[in-house]
Design a protein around this ligand. Structure first.
Ligand SMILES: Nc1ncnc2c1ncn2[C@@H]1O[C@H](COP(=O)(O)OP(=O)(O)O)[C@@H](O)[C@H]1O
Ligand SMILES: [Mg+2]
Length: 466
């Protein structure tokens, strides 16, 4: 059922209940107040009942019954004989024998039904005449007619009110929801057309405008993410295509007849290199995909920073030697931190790997760690190379980002190394930063908050030279 119908139904129901209760209260109040007036009048009539007794004691007679709204008074003796009465009082008692007996003992007030009509009767012993009863009565027809009339009017008014409430609520809901319906139509159109600019934001500054704005923001975010995803897939396939092309070329060459042993060995070596490149790329993509899903595990344990950085330096030792560079590890005495040694080791390896490509021969690559603030840990890898191109600095941690792809691809990777470093810092609740030193060279830092349990006061100094 639509919201409009539901609202109309609820409004109609609520107004029915309210009006019924209100009407009932009104009618019963009115009835009670009319009856109160009648009873007071009856009491006045009864007090003057003695006046209707004829001087002779013979009953006055009258032919017709009491006219509606007119008070009649009777005096009835102990034998049920009407001894006197007002005009229209009639000759038969207004009360039955039983009621008369009760009235002879004490005052009674009741409503009796006579000839399909209700009468209000007040009776009491007549002072000065033992066993005699004074009776005052009045027909309730006028009151009943008034109440019936009021009830009928109320019913008509109630019906009008309920219909008005129902239709009014329907109309109001329709008017209020029409912008929502328009929004829905626009969104439906959007899902069919990708280039649609977004939904129109009304200038009303109300909830609907806020909803439209939020929808557009959501749409922008989804489109941004989609574009990023597409670019990533395009970049990834591009990066994968190259090694595959080289690999199949090598294999094709090797398969030609008349290849010498040396040529074959060379082809296998190149094929091996490309396979390693492919494996590395796949591994990197997998790591990034996991970090996107927040599934990159960080098995934290207390780790000695000196050992961790020394291990990375050891990994790079052979390549450093070949490049004529050397790694220096600088860690304050006994600095330990709670982190995932494998992940952080992988990040530092990536940084050292980059630094080795850029550090000029004979210059040091410095791997350092220090406590910052009370519990934060900063790990830095710096070199004395040319530094990052300034315009590339803001994009250094983006995926597949390289300042000059033709040059970088020759000796570097696909441009995923730094994004993995950043992902690892993020899984530790931290971040990665990069800057160029004024004296030349670059510094890439991992800032990991809350890792250090016992802050170390001693300043960093060289602990091991490799
Ligand atoms: N220490 C560094 N000095 C200068 N440039 C660097 C350094 N480290 C990285 N870069 C630049 O950043 C780019 C991205 O690095 P990275 O994400 O590790 O990708 P890759 O190593 O696969 O090229 C590199 O191609 C390089 O141009
Ligand atoms: Mg790299």
């Amino acid at each position: 059922m639509s919201i409009r119908l539901r609202l109309a139904g609820v409004f109609a129901l609520v107004s029915t209940v309210l009006f019924t209760v209100g009407g009932w209260l009104f009618v019963s109040q009115l009835s009670a107040s009319l009856q109160g007036t009648i009873d007071a009048q009856l009491a006045v009539q009864l007090a003057q009942a003695a006046r209707v007794l004829p001087a002779s004691g013979a009953p006055t007679t009258s032919s017709a019954g009491p006219a509606p709204g007119e008070y009649v008074v009777q005096v009835v003796d102990g034998h049920g004989q009407v001894r006197g009465g007002s005009a229209d009082a009639g000759t038969s008692p207004l009360l039955g024998a039983g009621d008369l007996q009760r009235a002879a003992r004490g005052r009674i007030l009741e409503t009796v039904a006579a000839e399909g009509e209700r009468e209000r009767v007040l009776a009491a012993p007549l002072p000065g005449h033992r066993g005699w009863v004074a009776v005052a009565g009045v027909s309730l027809e006028t009151m009943d007619a008034t109440l019936r009339h009021v009830t009928r009017e109320l019913l008509v008014a109630g019906l009008v009110l309920v219909l008005g409430a129902g239709f009014g609520a329907y109309g109001l809901a329709r008017a209020a929801l029409s912008p929502v319906e328009r929004l829905r139509r626009e969104v439906a159109e959007l899902s069919e057309r990708e280039d649609a600019p977004g939904v129109r934001v009304p200038r009303t500054r109300d909830e609907i405008a806020a909803l439209a704005t939020t929808m557009n923001q959501l749409l922008d975010r989804i489109r941004g993410a989609l574009a990023q995803q597409r670019a990533l897939v395009a970049d990834a396939s591009h990066e994968l295509r190259n090694p595959f092309a080289v690999l199949s070329g090598e294999l094709e060459l090797a398969a030609r007849p008349g290849r010498s042993r040396t040529e074959l060995a060379l082809a296998v070596e190149r094929a091996g290199e490309e396979t390693a490149r492919l494996a590395r790329l796949t591994e990197q993509l997998l790591t990034l995909a996991r970090s996107d899903e927040d599934r990159l595990p960080a098995d934290r344990e207390p780790t000695g920073l000196l050992r961790l950085l020394t291990r990375s330096a050891d990994h790079a030792a052979a390549r450093a030697l070949a490049a004529g560079a050397r790694c220096e590890v600088r860690v304050p005495d006994g600095l330990t931190a709670t982190l995932d040694p494998d992940r952080i080791g992988e990040a530092v390896d990536n940084l050292v790997d980059n630094a080795l490509r850029f550090a000029p021969s004979g210059t040091p690559i410095v791997l350092s760690a220090r406590a910052a603030g009370r519990t934060d840990l900063v790990i830095e890898v710096s070199d004395s190379g040319p530094g990052f191109p300034v315009e590339f600095l803001p994009h250094a941690f983006e995926r597949f980002a390289r300042p000059d792809s033709s040059r970088a691809r020759r000796d570097g990777g696909a441009g995923l190394g730094l994004s993995i470093v950043e992902a690892i810092a993020r899984t530790h609740g931290g971040r990665a930063t990069v800057h160029n030193r004024p004296e030349g060279g670059s510094v890439v830092a991992l800032e990991l908050p809350g890792c250090v349990s016992e802050p170390t006061a001693s300043a960093p100094g060289p602990r091991s030279d490799l």
